[in-house]
Structure formats: structure tokens, C-alpha cells
Design a protein. Structure first.
Length: 236
């Protein structure tokens, strides 16, 4: 589904990604682990067309998308749930969702809205409420729901559990399982490595812009480096 090949991304002189290659197969959940500043968000933003790579390629089902605009990439079936949720605080829940469906004809967007509200009953109860007045967990659900409105084939999730209480994090991960069961492919950036590896099929570890480790979720869970840095008592 997604093939990233020898990707270099720079901010001026700062080289944020150096020769990154990774693959996400159809129907998989792949997680990307890494410390703060490793380049995870940069990678997500490059896939979704918000950043242009200096060199290397991003292919979606074999087709290069590395130099396409963000709007064209959404239309090809890639939606991103950004870090920090970024809901529109002064719009209602329903209006935020409607914006997520802007690439689709009105009748299809309405059908998606029904599906999303069925998936998140709390959003249905609050559909007329301003998004800025929702709790953090509800805003995360709204950000996921907004991305689902475009009926993506590939969902990019950047730190969905950040700053949320454990009970809410469990809800979010349950939702991600449902999303996988619906046949979507997911690339998940997550600081909660334990939960991410329990959910994912495979994973990659990014360290200062390079892939340092990759493997099945089980292999990564058993890796002493992953254990020490991301799963142990002193892990991030
Ligand atoms: P975090 O978990 O803290 O979000 P991350 O792994 O997502 O970290 P990135 O945000 O991708 O990391 O940042 C990768 C590197 O690029 C860092 O060294 C960061 O300082 C740098 N960087 C990110 N955005 C910019 C920018 N707009 N201008 C200059 N440098 C940037």
C-alpha cells in the first residue's frame, strides 16, 4: 500500500530524515516509535503532502505521491490525524466532521457522517456542541472521525494518546482495532510503545532521522534496545 524509499527531508540546513525506507502493507497496522525529535511527525507530514522531500520517494499503491499536493493525496485515500488533534474549536462537532468529508459528494459525505456518529456515540450526543468545549479524549475521537469522513484507505495517526487519561487511551486503542477490522491500513506514531506494539503487526524505530530497528511487533517487544528505551521502567 505505502512504500517509502530512501527519503531525505530537510528544514533548511537541518536534515530531519536521512535515507528512511519503510513499507506498510494493505490491512496492516504499522507503528513508528522514536524519541522526541526523531522525525516521526516529519515523516507523517511528508506522506500527507504537507512537506516536500529533498530526495527519495513515497509511493501509494505503486504511484509516486512525493511531489503531489495534500489535497490530491487525500483524494487518493490518505487521511492524517495530526498530532495535537487540531480540531476547529469554534465550529461544532458536526461542522468539523463535515469539513473532513469535503472531497466527497454530499450524499456520500452524509453516509460517512452517519457511520462516524455510529462509531462514536459521544460525538453524536454532542454534534451541536462547539469542538473547543469537548474533553481531550472527545477531541481526539473527533479528529479521528474527521479523518474517517474521507473514507481513507490509509490512515496516518500521529500520537493519538498524547495527554489523555489511561481509560480514554484504552477507548482510543479499541477504536483503532475497529478501524482495522473495517479493512483500513494504519500507520501509527505513538509514544505509548507498549500499547502500540500490542496493537500493531509490525513496527519501526526512528532515531535522529534514521530507521534504527524494524520488525514484527513481537520481535520489537522482545528486543533489548526497545525494552530499555521504550518499554522499561525508565522508558520515555
Ligand atoms: P515529537 O515526538 O517531539 O513530535 P518527532 O519525532 O515527531 O518529535 P519531528 O517533529 O519530526 O520529530 O522533528 C524532527 C527534527 O526536525 C527535530 O530535530 C526538529 O527540531 C526538526 N524540526 C521539526 N520541525 C521543524 C521546522 N519547522 N523547522 C526546523 N526544524 C524542524
Amino acid at each position: 500500500m505505502l512504500d517509502i524509499d530512501d527519503l531525505d527531508v530537510r528544514y533548511g540546513h537541518i536534515q530531519a530524515l536521512k535515507g528512511v525506507s519503510l513499507t506498510v502493507n494493505e490491512g496492516e497496522i504499522v507503528t513508528l516509535l522514536g524519541a522526541n525529535g526523531a522525525g516521526k511527525t516529519t515523516l507523517m507530514r511528508t506522506i500527507s503532502g504537507l512537506l516536500r522531500p529533498h530526495s527519495g520517494d513515497v509511493r501509494l499503491r505503486g504511484r509516486s505521491i512525493a511531489r503531489m499536493g495534500a489535497d490530491a493525496i487525500v483524494r487518493l485515500g490518505v487521511s492524517q490525524v495530526p498530532e495535537g488533534r487540531r480540531v476547529f474549536p469554534t465550529l461544532t462537532v458536526a461542522e468539523n466532521l463535515a469539513l473532513g468529508g469535503y472531497t466527497r459528494p454530499a450524499s456520500e459525505a452524509q453516509a460517512s457522517m452517519r457511520d462516524v456518529l455510529r462509531m462514536f456515540p459521544r460525538l453524536e450526543e454532542r454534534s451541536a456542541q462547539l469542538a473547543g468545549t469537548l474533553s481531550g479524549g472527545e477531541q481526539q475521537m473527533l479528529a479521528i472521525g474527521r479523518a474517517l469522513m474521507a473514507r481513507p484507505k490509509l490512515l496516518l495517526l500521529d500520537e493519538p494518546s498524547l495527554g489523555l487519561a489511561p481509560i480514554i487511551v484504552r477507548d482510543i486503542f479499541r477504536t483503532l482495532r475497529d478501524i482495522r477490522e473495517q479493512g483500513m491500513t494504519v500507520l501509527l506514531v505513538e509514544q505509548n510503545a507498549r500499547m502500540a506494539l500490542r496493537l500493531a503487526d509490525r513496527g519501526y524505530v526512528l532515531e535522529t532521522g534514521r530507521i534504527a530497528l524494524e520488525g514484527t511487533a513481537q520481535e520489537l517487544m522482545a528486543s533489548p534496545e526497545v525494552h530499555a528505551t521504550y518499554l522499561g521502567k525508565n522508558a520515555a
